[in-house]
Design a protein around this ligand. Structure first.
Ligand code: MN
Length: 759
């Protein structure tokens, strides 16, 4: 006796309509009988008895439970079992497991109970299904590993995954009654893993439905919009398809092969993806449908018949040679077979034509289960399914190794076919944004709004502060942090990937640059006046060359931006004058950079051996030299010595701003110099650290400096405005490599954007 046979009467829930229990009981039985009818062709021995027992067990266990919609809970296991049979093609064992799939998780029934009543096979599947729920959360490496574990160790039997897919499909079909946050979470998981999984297993119909349901709940407006437009354009599309297939239909008839030709609209989700990718309006998307020719031929004639149909199609329409896909000679790994071509219609639109047989079509829709049915394996014995299951298992096993990285790659791999170009992320409110893979926090900001992008200073990803260049991962929740002081700069172009962000940044910079060029020109003009130089084209051009700019605009821009200090124009004038005075003393037209300085040193001294050089570091007390204040050289820097009149020898870096002047005017007082072995001596140097301010950043920075490298700081000044952090730190380092190590470590501190040395 079960509850279904004994419970009668009516109950009135606290809210909602009165429920007619008798009517409900009838409905449950109706659904159960429908399930039995579907399963009947594959039942053997005492399968029917087992199914009945499973149904009764499940109904009894869930008797007090209702779904969120108010319906009796048993509707759900019944529906999952129906999907497993009808849409995946699974057999009696799976049907039993599907009926019982939520029993252990949601009720007092234990795995041991199931084992005793239904045997170890069913118990193992239920055990796997029970363990899956709750284990999978998208996002992190641990979860990727969990997911893979679920697929590998928990699912000794791939039926676990297939029933899980059926379960997910039914939950997606009934998502309406869930609260919004649950809807989003379930939908995100679905698009992130279940749809790709269905794809990988060759379950195209389920894959498309999952995707469409995802869109329907996450982007309801877009979904409705596309669905409506598809409806509205249906007549004209049908007319177009009718016209298109007319000549093909006629010729195919003459071959005597029986066939059907259909114009199939693509899924709403795939149209949505296309709209997003192409940025074109719906009206301009032409490949909204594919023409499918399905041939009914015996197995040994399949290939020839398909190519014959191909030949007929291309007799009438010119094919695009790049779009021919022959998955008949080489089926896809998930079992998909079909011949695809894209041809030019008489109206000048490309039309995709898929040619396949009935058998291939069923595989395409239902995947391997259908495949094995056609392979001649008798599904009644269950052997076909078993063979298929072991094949799927092999596929999962070979897909990744046991380590964590392997697990992530494995999960990625599932999605790679379908979603390689996209990353799914969420706004703080849970709205989904689809961006190009590799997109950064800054891309996200620009995707929201140009002004948000322009003012974007940092972002929080899953509540952790990250720099603008942070690459987003699927499932990330991104919050943009803006500042009115922020401005787009060229550096941003190095890491954004979306064309939207790139274009906007370039535009904004161009806008900004114009102002700097004007400002720079004004500054130069004023300065030249005080130097009593005329602002002629020649002077400007000399200045441009002197400061190593490619164009005069670029020169002005650098001045306007403050990269070139107008005070340096004085040096330019001094050199210009000196050059004119000095005539041919130095056989050079101006020394402009460090390399040229080194060359100049050689010219002055000839090629000497190292022994002749001033060695700095060892004979600190024997040789009278000091390190110049203007460029603060440290051990390892490229340096030269300069003999001063009163101060002994001064050591300068070859990149010192004064090097050019010293070299040009006092060549005879220059000494070649080199550092000797790296001694434990300390050199003072300055580092400017910029980044995003956050709690504890100062502490992290100073900890790196003092703890990790035992460096002494002499002074620290930290300035923080609007969340932008700027620290000027003067510290003692041993040499350049020591300094480099420190800089690298500092750059790794979260929130730090840039570390530069200053003099
Ligand atoms: Mn369920």
């Amino acid at each position: 006796m079960t509850i279904l046979e004994t419970r009668t009467g009516q109950i009135a829930p606290t809210a909602g309509p009165v429920i007619d229990l008798e009517q409900e009981r009838q409905e449950i039985l109706k659904r159960y009988r429908r399930l039995l009818r579907s399963a009947k062709p594959m039942l053997k021995d005492n399968d029917a008895k087992l199914i009945k027992k499973a149904f009764n067990t499940s109904a009894e266990a869930h008797k007090e439970m209702r779904r969120r919609s108010g319906e009796p809970y048993i509707y759900h296991p019944l529906a999952v079992a129906q999907i497993a049979i009808d849409e995946i093609g699974l057999g009696p064992t799976s049907l039993v497991a599907a009926l019982l799939h939520d029993v252990v998780e949601d009720t007092d029934t234990t795995i041991e109970d199931i084992d005793r009543a239904f045997g170890p096979k069913v118990a193992r599947i239920i055990d796997g299904l029970t363990k899956i729920s709750g284990i999978f959360e998208y996002g992190t490496s641990q979860q990727a590993e969990n997911f893979r574990k679920m697929l590998l160790t928990l699912s000794d039997d791939v039926r676990v995954i297939l029933i899980k897919l059926a379960d997910r499909l039914h939950n997606m079909r009934t998502l309406e009654s869930m609260p919004r946050d649950k809807q989003l979470k379930i939908a995100a998981e679905t698009i992130y893993i279940y749809a790709p999984l269905a794809h990988r297993l060759g379950l195209y119909a389920i894959k498309s439905e999952l995707e469409d349901l995802y869109l329907k709940h996450v982007e309801p407006e877009a979904f409705k919009d596309i669905a409506r437009k598809l409806r509205e354009t249906r007549l004209s599309r049908d007319r177009f398809i009718g016209k298109f297939i007319e000549p093909i239909d006629k010729d195919l008839r003459e071959t005597g092969i029986s066939f059907v030709v259909k114009g199939r609209p693509k899924s709403i989700y795939s149209i949505w993806t296309k709209l997003n990718k192409s940025k074109k309006p719906f009206e301009e998307i032409y490949d909204l449908f594919a023409v499918r020719i399905i041939l009914d031929v015996p197995p040994d004639q399949e290939k020839a018949a398909c190519w014959r149909a191909y030949s007929i199609v291309t007799d009438h329409y010119k094919p695009n040679p790049d779009r021919l896909k022959d998955w008949i000679s080489t089926p896809r790994t998930n079992g998909y077979e079909s011949l695809h071509t894209t041809v030019m219609s008489k109206l000048g639109q490309w039309v995709e034509v898929q040619i396949r047989t009935e058998r291939m079509n069923e595989i395409a829709e239902k995947g391997y289960a259908a495949h094995w049915k056609y392979k001649g394996n008798d599904t009644k014995t269950g052997e076909g399914i078993e063979a298929w299951i072991s094949q799927v298992r092999d596929m999962i096993e070979s897909a990744g190794s046991g380590d964590k990285k392997g697990a992530i790659e494995f999960v990625d791999d599932f999605r790679s076919n379908l979603y390689s170009e996209e990353v799914f992320v969420f706004t703080p409110k849970g709205d989904l944004k689809v961006l190009q893979r590799g997109a950064t926090a800054l891309d996200f900001a620009f995707d929201i709004h140009t002004q948000i992008g322009a003012k974007c200073m940092a972002a929080k990803v899953n509540n952790t502060l990250v720099p603008l260049s942070h690459v987003l991962q699927n499932g990330d929740q991104v919050e943009v942090i803006t500042s009115n002081r922020q401005k787009p700069n060229e550096d941003w172009l190095r890491f954004v990937v979306t064309s939207k962000a790139k274009t906007k940044i370039k535009d904004l910079i161009k806008e900004d640059n114009k102002r700097f060029v004007t400002d720079g020109r004004d500054l130069v003009q004023k300065k030249l006046k005080t130097l009593r130089l005329e602002m002629t084209n020649e002077t400007i051009n000399q200045l441009r060359a002197y400061f190593g700019s490619k164009t005069t605009d670029d020169f002005f821009y650098r001045v306007g931006k403050g990269h070139i200090d107008v005070a340096e124009l004085k040096k330019f004038k001094a050199e210009k004058d000196a050059k004119e005075n000095r005539a041919n003393k130095l056989n050079t037209d101006g020394v402009t950079d460090a390399k040229a300085v080194v060359k100049e040193l050689k010219k002055i001294h000839g090629e000497r051996t190292d022994a002749d050089m001033l060695l700095i570091g060892e004979d600190m007390d024997r040789v009278d030299y000091t390190l110049s204040k203007c460029c603060n050289p440290i051990s390892g820097d490229d340096v030269f010595g300069f003999v001063t009149i009163n101060d002994g020898i001064k050591i300068h870096r070859v990149t010192c701003p004064n090097a050019v002047e010293l070299m040009s005017n006092h060549g005879n007082r220059i000494l070649k110099a080199k550092w000797t072995s790296q001694k434990e001596s300390a050199f003072l140097c300055g580092l400017r650290i910029t980044g995003t301010d956050r709690m504890g950043l100062v502490n992290d920075v100073t900890r790196v400096i003092s703890n990790e490298l035992s460096i002494n700081m002499r002074s620290v000044t930290i300035d923080s405005t609007d969340g932008i952090f700027e620290g000027n730190i003067r510290l003692y380092v041993q040499d350049t490599s020591h300094l480099e190590t420190l800089v690298r470590k500092l750059e790794r501190v979260p929130g730090v954007f840039d570390v530069i040395r200053f003099d």
